[in-house]
Design a protein around this ligand. Structure first.
Ligand SMILES: Cc1cc2nc3c(=O)[nH]c(=O)nc-3n(C[C@H](O)[C@H](O)[C@H](O)COP(=O)(O)OP(=O)(O)OC[C@H]3O[C@@H](n4cnc5c(N)ncnc54)[C@H](O)[C@@H]3O)c2cc1C
Length: 187
């Protein structure tokens, strides 16, 4: 039986947290929030300025990639898909997110931040959508995309990345939301 089991619960929790942060393998980059604005009911557009972190910005190479984000004082980070296309990170040094404000979560804390507040970002993760598999467009005329709620975020990145939609005869997006008030990216 390990010694840690005999420690008082509070001490045990603090020790576990300290060990967890010592072992934290994630490299974090601090970056300022440049925009938080409503996107729909309980959904927010959040932009983070990564112009001072060009390596992080340029590691966003494909729609569908995601990262972890920490807000000041939050216990855990939250995973977020990057809603903007990679070209925007390269040209403007910005990552955009579509965030559902879940009560009590890190995401809710993020949605309450103001321009200039600092957050921490992990490295960009995931392979993203392998759109090479649907190239050339003439051979893959049909593309069906499915998303619900904030899951539209990586699809928005894909749509804005352009995947030769104009050269395909049948490109469809099926987007589920509880109602129109909860639907982001309406024109
Ligand atoms: C790849 C990916 C992409 C996502 N993209 C988006 C997006 O674009 N927009 C969006 O709004 N949401 C996105 N999400 C969902 C988002 O990450 C959260 O799940 C959501 O905000 C709800 O947060 P939560 O704290 O309630 O739940 P979760 O973060 O799912 O955590 C559930 C519970 O587990 C516990 N917990 C969490 N982390 C830890 C930890 N490190 N150690 C111990 N306990 C922990 C906490 O008690 C927490 O309440 C994505 C999730 C994934 C996996």
């Amino acid at each position: 039986m390990s010694t840690i089991r005999f420690l008082a619960p509070v001490l045990r929790r603090r020790l576990s947290t300290a060990c967890a942060s010592l072992l934290d393998p994630v490299p974090w980059t601090q970056a300022p929030v440049s925009r938080v604005s409503p996107a729909a009911e309980s959904l927010f557009h959040v932009s983070v300025d990564v112009s001072h972190a060009p390596r992080l910005a340029s590691s966003h190479t494909r729609a569908g990639q995601y990262l972890q984000l920490r807000t000041p004082g939050a216990v855990w980070p939250t995973f977020l898909a990057i809603a903007s296309p990679p070209a925007r990170a390269a040209a403007e040094g910005v990552f955009e997110f579509l965030v559902a404000s879940v009560p009590g979560s890190t995401a809710e804390r993020l949605c309450r931040l103001k321009r200039g507040d600092l957050v921490e970002l992990s490295a960009v993760m995931g392979e993203g959508f392998d759109i090479d598999q649907i190239e050339p467009p003439e051979d893959y005329p049909t593309v069906l995309m499915f998303a619900t709620g904030s899951g539209i975020s990586p699809i928005r990145s894909l749509v804005e990345s352009r995947f030769d939609a104009a050269r395909r005869s049948d490109v469809r997006l099926y987007y589920g939301a509880m109602n129109f008030r909860r639907m982001a990216y309406q024109v």
